[in-house]
Ligand binder design. Structure first.
Ligand SMILES: O=C(O)CCC(=O)C(=O)O
Length: 253
């Protein structure tokens, strides 16, 4: 099965999976907010599973990919619960990722990042080591909002259109941790997904509330790129047993 067949199977190539305005926003601004992708029960189930994993993994949580002070991170979620399947197979999300990368994509990693109260601020960055020519996109990310994202709770900030600048924030900003004059903070209710071109300048903001801000990140790359987490090397037999052929293609396992 080819990746195009797999995308067909997930409904990502269906007419109407994305509106013309959503596609135009991805091109122009570098991101699109898809409201209501998850219902409240799914959000609760994902949060319950993340809490159980954090309790189980303790100090080791996140270490397969990255640990970060001030946050709880979890990695390799493909192998850590059927609940997470939705995060890499959703028709509209895959349609948006395919709009950026073309029918040349695979999952790079599926992680969670939880910004603790009083923590979570990040430099503006792109998820790629250097500038690329517009159109030659290598990576695309999706943020799965597991709490309402508000102006105060550590929601992701983005600089609309910055994916087209042929430059990284480090190259253009004296201090990438500082506010950018054109940045916007992504606010939306839990259950929404924001798909963003990963060459877009973005970063977590400081969580100024007394509650954690929870989100999962399904990160995609072109098929020729190395995955952030080698899905084949990490694939557990029980996961392999439940994957469909289309899911295997998407994970490249
Ligand atoms: O959690 C967020 O809002 C952004 C996270 C991010 O961009 C990162 O960890 O690289």
């Amino acid at each position: 099965m080819t990746i195009r067949d797999a995308l067909d199977r997930f409904g990502a190539t269906a007419a109407g999976a994305l509106t013309a305005e959503e596609r135009a926003q991805l091109d122009r601004d570098g991101f699109v907010v898809l409201p209501g992708v998850l219902g409240p029960a799914q959000v609760d189930a994902l949060n319950a599973r993340l809490a159980a994993l954090l309790a189980e993994e303790g100090e080791d949580a996140g270490k397969e990919v990255h640990q970060e002070a001030g946050t709880d991170r979890l990695s390799d979620l493909v192998n850590k619960g059927e609940e997470f399947r939705a995060c890499f197979t959703h028709a509209r999300v895959l349609a948006a990722v395919a709009h950026v990368l073309g029918a040349d994509l695979k999952l790079s990693s599926l992680n969670a990042r939880i910004a603790k109260p009083g923590e979570g601020g990040q430099h503006l960055h792109a998820d790629w080591h250097g500038p690329v020519e517009p159109g030659d996109w290598r990576v695309c990310n999706s943020v799965w909002l597991l709490d309402d994202f508000t102006p105060d709770n550590g929601a992701t900030r983005v600089v609309p259109g910055s994916h087209l600048r042929r430059a990284t924030p480090q190259q253009e900003m004296a201090d990438p941790s500082a506010p950018h004059p054109n940045e916007v903070t992504l606010t939306a209710p839990a259950g929404a997904v924001v798909v963003f071109n990963s060459h877009l300048w973005h970063g977590g903001t400081l969580n100024r509330t007394d509650r954690p801000r929870r989100a999962a990140f399904a990160y995609f790359c072109r098929r020729g790129e190395a995955q952030q987490l080698d899905q084949r090397a990490h694939l557990r037999p029980e996961t392999a047993a439940r994957l469909s052929e289309a899911e295997r293609v998407l994970l490249d396992v």
